[in-house]
Design a binder for this molecule. Structure first.
Ligand code: SF4
Length: 337
């Protein structure tokens, strides 16, 4: 391990997603003798694969820390200073947000710098030279944000200038191809990483539409956004939203992540989809439409109107009954998010 003048180890905080780039970057820095703290940012709705990130950290033998993204992240998604990418992905602001938190963590543990697996020119929004520079400045990491995979093409950072790490051992990869990274990974013996573009849900058009609807109409708490990745979503009127599970697993997940004031609805025999209704004091009409949705997506679609049970998520013993309104394809289409 490299010793600083005061005999302390050189420490660095690396952003780890479990993907190829961040794993190779961490291995390169670790092999320079640096004590690496891998930080994984957990999105509430999941994104990169945390298990893969843990496996990658174990495989290259670095420390691993999870930082949860919270309401502050959601507020940034609502109103990003630098705009969106192809869907609702605010990549520049997202990076600024994550790197700022990594910078705080760096100070907290007394590390010398932060590094990422970014590659110059790999992404249209956030990995152009000028945006990489803004990001560095806006996060308070000026001179302390190292991109090991393309460092030789960037201005030397402070740890390079101070000789804490050897610039000659860093790389000069550019562009979208990951051929070089695969090659290096093979040479370094790295096998644990997720395939590139492991899937940020904010880049998914369906998810983005649901996220926009949530941000436009308000949400009770951050956990609500977790359910955006499951089920079928509908908005009946301002303030009333319905989510319907598409299979048993989604039914269970939707109930597990429901707010205590949400209403849960299903057939008395529990067959068919489970529905979560969000909104204050739903009228009889709204309850009937919700029940109609459950019937529409069940095997009882063509039967006469069915009775359904509903209850507040926090009061599972206080079940009530409502009669489904028969819905047509056009009715469903009109309320679909
Ligand atoms: S793709 Fe998603 S996680 Fe990655 S920078 Fe963009 S918004 Fe952030």
């Amino acid at each position: 391990m490299i010793q600083k003048v005061d005999k302390k180890l050189v420490k660095a905080v690396g952003l780890i997603s479990g993907g190829l780039d961040s794993t190779v970057a961490a291995k390169v820095v670790k092999d320079l003798g640096v004590d690496v703290y891998g930080v994984y940012f957990a999105m509430p709705w999941g994104c990169c694969d945390k298990t893969k990130a843990i496996e990658a950290a174990i495989a290259i033998d670095i420390k691993f820390i999870v930082l949860q993204l919270d309401e502050r992240y959601l507020e940034m998604v609502r109103n990003p200073k630098h705009g969106y990418g192809t869907a609702m992905n605010p990549c520049v602001d997202c990076r600024i947000h994550m790197f700022s938190r990594a910078a705080q963590y760096m100070k907290h543990i007394g590390a010398d710098f932060v590094f990422t697996g970014e590659v110059l020119g790999q992404r249209p929004m956030s990995q152009r030279r000028h945006s990489m520079k803004w990001i560095e400045e806006e996060t308070g990491l000026k001179g302390k944000l190292l991109r090991p995979l393309c460092a030789q093409l960037m201005e030397p950072t402070i740890p390079e200038q101070e000789g804490l790490i050897d610039r000659n051992q860093l790389l000069q990869i550019t562009g979208r191809s990951r051929k070089m990274q695969y090659e290096i990974a093979r040479k370094l013996g790295i096998t644990e990483f997720t395939p590139p573009a492991g899937g940020c849900l904010l880049t998914d058009k369906n998810f983005a539409r649901r996220m926009k609807d949530t941000l436009d109409h308000g949400y009770r708490n951050f956990r609500e956004t977790i359910a955006l990745k499951w089920g079928r979503h509908y908005r009946i009127e301002e303030g009333f939203k319905l989510i319907l599970g598409r299979d048993e697993e989604e039914n269970v997940s939707l109930v597990r992540y429901a707010h205590r004031d949400d209403i849960i609805m299903e057939f008395p025999d529990k067959r068919g989809p489970t529905l979560v209704l969000k909104g204050e004091k739903p009228s009889e009409k709204i309850l009937a439409i919700a029940a109609g949705l459950v019937q529409y997506y069940s095997k009882r679609r063509d039967l006469p109107s069915q009775e359904l049970h509903f209850w507040k998520a926090s009061k599972t013993n206080e079940k009530q009954t409502t009669l489904a309104k028969k819905l047509t394809d056009a009715d469903i289409k009109a309320i679909q998010i």
